[in-house]
Design a protein around this ligand. Structure first.
Ligand code: ADP
Ligand code: MG
Length: 343
């Protein structure tokens, strides 16, 4: 008799292929950015759900290297960098139409926003109207120049860096626009061992120089479609909504996260599950993503900020997360959910 086998559906095979692509992608990036697997996963999660990332970080923590490594991992992908200054004009980002004497016609010169991976350094130094142009590009995947709407590249991933808020001469991003970023994170310094490895491997050049593409644009689309297919149990969906609603009711909060927050938390959790090789979301995914997805979307009251200055920012937001979890406790398997897709 033939041994019995669990039948694998085309969907299982598709998700397995996506898991293999994401593993390959992550491994390639990790060959140049060391000790930052979690952070790289966050950025890939954003790419996989068509979102964008804000880094609040000190200089020299491999943000430029990460952007270049992502683009360099995808066959034919392009990368650009925009350094924001107070006099950077919207057309410096989007490009503009220039009159061509010879052809007696206008010709569009695309700006640096037309690339697959765009690194925007010090976004809070750009003037508000330039920030708006960037945020429109992120939200709409297109820009409008001289009345013409132009589609951006696909995939399009924007990584913006922001100086820690106390820096002078900045225009803090308005709260309403911050929530256009799928998530906010930081890379931070590597550990001592990793830093030694960085010294050793950069002796004769930068490892980016030998980085090779390991996937193509079609495979990026496979990742995106796979994220759409990851299963989220209805109990978890409801819990995500309850958690986001808890941010609106908390006493330390002036304005809580919007529906965009719920959408982002659910999407990012699906991408996180895929990066973990699962085809369904677990409560751990949601809890892991609570801070990177939600904290930049809420406006804290001055009393919370004062408290945070005393006990430290990390302790303050951990306490905030615990308070939200107390209001919206995680569903338990004994409530009848295994969280896996029913077969
Ligand atoms: N975690 C890390 N892994 C590998 N290299 C790193 C790491 N952190 C910093 N570096 C190295 O430090 C240098 C500065 O990185 P860069 O990407 O230019 O910084 P940033 O854009 O964040 O200011 C690069 O040579 C980079 O390779
Ligand atoms: Mg840089």
């Amino acid at each position: 008799m033939e041994p019995t086998q669990v039948a694998r559906t085309p969907e299982d095979e598709f998700l397995e292929r996506a898991g293999e692509i994401s593993e390959r992608f992550l491994g390639n990036i990790e060959s140049v950015v060391h000790g930052k697997r979690e952070e790289i996963k966050l950025v890939l999660a954003a790419l996989m759900c068509g979102g964008h990332v804000l880094f609040e970080d000190v200089p020299g923590t491999a943000k430029t290297v990460l952007a270049r490594a992502i683009a360099g991992s995808i066959d034919d992908a392009t990368t650009t960098r925009i350094q924001c200054t107070p006099d950077l004009q919207p057309t410096d980002v989007t490009g503009l139409s220039v009159f061509n004497q010879k052809d007696r016609d206008f010709e569009f010169h695309p700006g640096p926003i037309f690339a697959n991976v765009v690194l925007v350094d010090e976004i809070n130094r750009a003037m508000p109207k330039t920030q708006s142009a960037l945020l429109e590009a992120m939200a709409e995947q297109q820009v409008t120049v001289d009345g013409h709407t132009r589609e951006l590249d696909d995939p399009f991933l924007l990584l913006a860096t922001e100086n820690p808020i106390e820096y002078e001469g900045t225009f803090p991003l308005p709260e309403a626009q911050l929530d256009r970023f799928l998530l906010k994170t930081q890379l931070g310094y590597p550990g001592a061992e990793d830093e030694v490895q960085i010294l050793v491997e950069q002796r004769y050049g930068h490892p980016l120089g030998s980085l090779r593409p390991v996937l193509d644009v079609d495979e990026v689309r496979v990742l995106r479609r796979a994220v759409q297919q990851i299963y989220v149990d209805p109990l978890l969906q409801r819990w995500i909504v309850d958690l986001v609603r808890a941010t609106r009711e908390h006493e330390s909060i002036a304005i809580g996260a919007s529906v965009r927050g719920s959408l982002a938390l659910e999407r990012a959790s699906r991408a996180w599950a895929l990066l973990d090789g699962r085809d369904f979301v677990l409560p751990d995914d949601v809890e892991r993503l609570f801070q990177p997805v939600l904290i930049h979307r809420v406006t804290f009251r001055p009393s919370f900020l004062a408290e945070a200055r005393t006990i430290g920012w990390t302790a303050a937001i951990d306490a905030f997360q615990r308070a939200c979890l107390a209001v919206a406790p995680r569903p338990r398997p004994e409530d009848g959910a295994s969280f896996a897709r029913a077969t």
